[in-house]
Write a protein that binds this ligand. Sequence first.
Ligand code: HEC
Ligand code: HEC
Ligand code: HEC
Ligand code: HEC
Ligand code: HEC
Ligand code: HEC
Ligand code: HEC
Length: 317
Amino acid sequence: MKIRYFLILIFLLSFSSLWAQLNVDMKSEPAKMEDNKRCFDCHSTHIYTFDNPVSGITERKEMNPNFVFNTDAFYSGVHRHFSCTDCHSPDYETFPHNAELRFEPMYSCIDCHGGDEAFASYHFETIEEEFGKSVHASKHNENFNCWMCHNPHSYKAMTRSDFKISEIVSAHNQMCASCHDNPLHFQRISDSTKKPLEEIHKFLPNFKLHFSAVRCIECHTAVEDTMWVAHNILPKEMAVKKCVECHSSSTMLISSLYKYQTIETRKNRGTFNSMLLNETYVIGANRNIYLNIFSIILFGLSLLGVAVHVFFRIKKK
Ligand code: HEC
Ligand code: HEC
Ligand code: HEC
Ligand code: HEC
Ligand code: HEC
Ligand code: HEC
Ligand code: HEC
């Protein structure tokens, strides 16, 4: 009977690797490269040039650094086949840009993804609900929207691609830190000033090491199995502070961070222990690994025993 459950578990684990993959074609050439070149001519460089028809000279000007985008990052994101003018007004094709364009309303994720079967596995509606409950949405107005974390010009779905856990951790933490540890960016949203993250999290023995091994959302969201990426950032009073939540054999990281082990690893082995062994090591989380190996050997030996037994029974007849 136990074997049956074991097989079902293996089946479920290997199946879970199928539902979390990206559909976007990441291999072929981006569809709108030619179109976008017109925009990138100015928006990928710190100095842009234009012909001034009044003075008749070619002027060189410095671009606002927030308006400069990395082309490689754009073309490795999920919206890599987009033209800039799929999201922005086509009127941007003229320069100088019409000042009123500044008032153009921007699309939200749901405008395009809501109710679309093709993206059902992402649960956009649930994510929006969860985000609505989070401190960012409840403490602030529409100024805090999905784009605050999902950079429109580079967002990658890392947890559905072949990234190492360590790469996912640093990219996701950078998303939060780029605002929480950057007063300029932070003040786009709030006048309040916050202490540096390092000071806030003094209670952790090795702050740097922890922040390179776990994500902010591990401690700042409720663990939720149904969500692939948790979006409900809880008030600080509810953040995880207890060391044993992670440093124990039932580490909560299994249902959050470690489920993103690379697709390759998932395909090849499909077990969480391989994850715990090969890339990360949480003290306390995998202390009984030798016991596990021992029990597998025992299990193998008893199978062998049964086989030998059956063999001789048949032979006797
Ligand atoms: C000749 C250089 C040049 C080209 C080409 C160009 N831009 Fe711009 N763009 C600028 C400059 C300079 C600004 C800074 C604000 C301004 O001058 O309007 C800007 C600002 C913007 C803004 C921000 C407006 C705001 O203030 O919020 C957007 C959006 C934008 N451009 C989109 C585009 C798109 C899309 C294209 C291609 C269709 C494009 N730009 C082509 C130079 C250019
Ligand atoms: C998937 C939709 C999408 C695509 C594609 C897109 N943008 Fe944007 N862009 C946005 C959104 C949304 C904002 C506003 C972001 C914000 O408020 O932080 C924005 C803001 C900007 C800004 C102003 C930046 C700022 O900090 O205010 C510029 C400049 C810009 N885009 C240029 C471009 C160019 C050039 C391209 C093509 C290479 C492009 N965008 C492609 C959605 C998009
Ligand atoms: C202007 C419409 C538009 C907006 C706005 C938009 N998307 Fe998309 N998105 C698309 C389309 C269309 C695709 C499919 C692209 C393709 O297959 O090349 C896509 C693809 C994706 C994918 C990959 C899905 C897959 O497996 O193929 C993700 C993830 C995604 N978007 C997330 C977001 C998020 C998060 C936001 C908001 C921060 C957002 N999108 C905003 C239209 C949009
Ligand atoms: C506080 C930061 C933050 C905000 C705000 C945010 N997200 Fe996300 N979101 C993330 C992170 C981090 C990921 C993981 C990206 C990855 O796969 O590497 C993610 C992933 C996603 C995904 C992909 C989930 C999957 O199954 O692969 C979708 C869809 C998404 N977000 C939609 C939204 C929508 C819609 C909003 C606004 C209602 C939003 N997000 C606001 C941080 C944020
Ligand atoms: C090990 C768990 C853990 C991790 C990882 C973690 N935090 Fe925290 N965080 C906490 C706890 C617990 C508190 C509450 C501290 C207190 O009240 O003394 C907190 C407080 C905060 C606060 C509130 C500060 C204030 O006083 O208003 C912010 C903002 C914050 N964290 C952001 C982050 C960001 C951003 C990251 C990732 C770079 C992160 N945290 C990673 C556990 C964590
Ligand atoms: C664009 C800026 C921005 C980004 C990105 C951002 N935050 Fe925040 N965050 C804020 C602001 C603003 C506040 C509210 C400060 C206030 O008004 O007290 C806040 C509040 C918080 C709080 C404190 C809640 C409380 O009870 O006081 C936590 C925890 C937090 N954020 C975690 C995160 C995490 C985790 C991420 C990344 C997944 C993240 N934030 C991304 C701007 C940001
Ligand atoms: C969100 C999960 C999480 C929480 C909560 C957490 N840790 Fe950790 N901790 C980790 C991970 C993951 C590592 C492994 C880092 C590595 O060695 O690569 C680690 C590493 C450590 C280390 C090893 C540092 C070293 O120098 O090798 C110590 C000590 C530690 N944690 C103590 C604590 C204490 C004490 C607490 C409670 C105040 C705590 N941790 C809370 C996840 C967590």
